[in-house]
Design a protein around this ligand. Structure first.
Ligand SMILES: C[S@@+](CC[C@H](N)C(=O)[O-])C[C@H]1O[C@@H](n2cnc3c(N)ncnc32)[C@H](O)[C@@H]1O
Length: 193
């Protein structure tokens, strides 16, 4: 395939192209992934939470409802097309005031605001340097703030997920639960003291 066409289809070998998001970001997905049910134990009104690799906002919008009018969600993605669609959805839902879209760089999140909760849903396998990425996530968490890391079973074998969890532990993140998430491997971690 010529390079230019390849670049149009895939930003690089790892990153999910924006148009492919339509295949899994749709109303039927709620049958498998119910965001409110999945996240309500870890997100409370007034909090600052981060959805890293937010895509078109499947989780961002429910997170904005959970933090309420006094909280906010930082929605981070590499791709402008994802953030554009997220913003349109947020406007339609009347939630734009609670959502701060943030376009990051491939090698850094470029964020400094401490978070009460962080989500990475089906994105860490797209990150080439997981140790550096997880260290950045670790640095953004408040002392007892949870981070939910969810990976797709289809793309991430059990052994690879174990390596990711080991990498998380190596940068100072302690596993505290293994929530059940449809079609996924998941771990909840928090900063180790
Ligand atoms: C498979 S999609 C998942 C989107 C969303 N979390 C969901 O579950 O619907 C992965 C997303 O992660 C983003 N992504 C990949 N690498 C990233 C990075 N290093 N920093 C931020 N976002 C990244 C991609 O652009 C894409 O929007």
């Amino acid at each position: 395939m010529p390079n230019k066409v390849r670049q149009m289809l895939l930003m690089d070998d790892h990153v999910c192209p924006w148009w492919l998001c339509f295949t899994f970001d749709n109303p039927l997905r709620r049958l498998i992934h119910n965001p409110e049910k999945m996240l309500r134990d870890w997100i409370a009104p007034g909090q600052t939470v981060i959805d890293v690799g937010c895509g078109m906002g499947y989780f961002t919008l429910p997170m904005a409802r959970l933090v309420g009018a006094t909280g906010h969600v930082i929605a981070v993605d590499l791709q402008a097309q994802m953030l554009d669609r997220l913003q349109r959805r947020a406007e339609r839902a009347g939630l734009q005031a609670r959502i701060q879209p943030h376009r990051c760089q491939p090698n850094t999140l470029a964020l400094s605001e401490p978070a009460d909760f962080i989500l990475t849903f089906w994105m860490v396998h797209e990150v080439p340097n997981q140790a550096a990425f997880l260290q950045e996530v670790r640095n953004l968490l408040k002392p007892t703030a949870p981070y939910l890391l969810v990976e797709p079973k289809l793309h991430v074998a059990a052994a690879d997920f174990r390596k990711t969890v080991e990498t998380a532990q190596a940068v100072g993140l302690r596993p505290i639960a293994q929530p059940k998430v449809g079609l996924s491997r998941a771990v909840l971690v928090e900063p180790a003291m």
